[in-house]
Ligand binder design. Structure first.
Ligand code: HGY
Ligand code: MN
Ligand code: MN
Length: 424
């Protein structure tokens, strides 16, 4: 059953989708004291994440999906196809969030897939291939330090034992949290090898909105480099210690941050983006020169060689800055993924659907990491982006895509899945 006359005019129920996003967004909700905005804080495998997972799994059951949970806590909801022995077409994303999230990052891809299932149920339609709607563990990496963790384990990039052993800042491991929350599933992590994977996601940036486009056909994901930087100086009295006697780790961290921006502004590394998201001085007292600093370095680049050069040149610069101030340096690799291109044929299906739905669209590269970049290793994969308001701001409670924008994405997902599920 392709997107033929029987399905051509099929559309999702946008009010139902938006209500689901709203209901899930109330789990882990908090009010930002500065702006009064309501954000979402559901770091992976916290109680809030577990509550969000169970809410979505209840909806999956209500929609008749057969649920499996694997040994890294990935959750798959399966809808039988007419030729049920064929590999499924999968969609999904993540429901864990950064600590200052909005309601759409990841959730639109999961609940958009669920809305597709609900729409097909309402219409009494069964696709040729089975469909799977999934959500994956620790996509954000904000708690355990490695992004797209669940998808990376499911597709063989990270070993299960290595993933289970990862710990958060409090020393709590992924394995322990999976057990504590009840999400240490018994399905093997490589149980699913889909025919194709399509992920609907908010763009999380300003490009589509500024061009007045309704959709993005995502061509791939840029390279990501996450490192932890430990700077070790010497704690000392802020008042009695002459400037020339200091080994100020806090000063070096600031100098490194400024140098990171200089690398971006230099133009020598293409479209390099650099962020020092964590800067933790110790002891963190007003009258003590920081003896040490734990910082994180997030580098992004669409070109692998420019990313690698930026990593190498930053390491050299940090050594120089630290040595000049009597501070020692230790690096720890957190995550590293190269740029990943998406499948051209799936992109073509998405573009064709968008054209038929009269939705303006253009190719766009993903600035953020996504589960799709892992699934691209084992299945033909692409993504659909929808724009957001306020320059598409994300990882911020102000994140907002309208009901109409979400509907554009979910309708495109619906017809893309129908086309792929009908493939021989
Ligand atoms: O960091 C990222 O790009 C994604 O939000 N995990
Ligand atoms: Mn996301
Ligand atoms: Mn995110």
């Amino acid at each position: 059953m392709t997107s033929t006359d029987t399905t051509r005019d099929l559309r999702i129920d946008s009010a139902r989708l938006y209500a689901s996003l709203d209901a899930l967004g109330r789990i882990g909700a908090y009010t930002d004291e500065r702006t009064g905005l309501v954000g979402v804080c559901r770091p992976s495998l916290t109680d809030a994440d577990a509550d969000g997972r169970r809410l979505v799994m209840g909806w999956m059951r209500d929609a008749g999906l057969a649920i499996t949970v694997d040994a890294i806590g990935n959750v798959y909801g399966r809808r039988a196809g007419r030729d049920d022995a064929l590999p499924a077409v999968m969609c999904g994303s993540h429901v864990d969030s950064v600590p200052t999230a909005g309601r759409f990052d990841g959730c639109l891809g999961v609940l958009g897939g669920l809305e597709v299932v609900r729409t097909l149920d309402d219409a009494g339609l069964v696709t040729r291939r089975p469909l799977v709607v999934a959500f994956f563990t620790e996509e954000e990496g904000a708690r355990f330090g490695t992004d797209m963790l669940g998808s990376a384990v499911a597709t063989g990039r990270i070993a299960l034992a290595e993933a289970h052993a990862l710990c958060d800042a409090a020393g709590v491991s992924v394995g322990d949290e999976l057990r504590r929350t009840g999400f240490l599933g018994d399905a093997p992590v490589d149980a699913i090898r889909p025919h194709a994977y399509v992920e609907l996601h908010v763009e999380q940036g300003p490009v589509l909105a500024r061009k007045g486009l309704r959709l993005g056909v995502v061509t791939g994901v840029q390279g990501i480099s996450w490192q932890e930087l430990q700077l070790q100086g010497r704690a000392a009295h802020a008042g009695t210690t002459p400037i020339s006697y200091r080994a100020d780790a806090g000063l070096v961290a600031s100098l490194v941050n400024v140098r990171m921006r200089a690398l971006c502004d230099s133009g020598d590394y293409g479209h390099l983006r650099a962020t020092m998201g964590v800067i933790q001085p110790h002891p963190g007292a007003v009258n003590v020169i920081p003896g040490r600093v734990r910082a994180t370095v997030d580098l992004r680049n669409p070109e692998e060689d420019a990313l690698a050069r930026a990593e190498a040149d930053l390491h050299a610069a940090v050594d120089e800055l630290a040595a000049a101030h009597g501070v020692s340096v230790a690096w720890k690799r957190m995550a590293r993924t190269p740029p990943v291109p998406f499948d051209a044929s799936v992109q073509a299906v998405i573009a064709d659907v968008a054209t038929r739905l009269l939705l303006s669209h253009e190719p766009i590269i993903a600035g953020a990491g996504h589960d799709a970049q892992e699934w691209a290793r084992v299945a033909k994969t692409a993504m659909i982006f929808v724009p957001g308001e306020f320059d598409g701001i994300s990882h911020n409670p102000r994140e907002l895509s309208t009901e109409a924008q979400c509907a554009d994405g979910a309708n495109t997902l619906l017809h893309t899945l129908l086309a792929l599920a009908d493939e021989p």
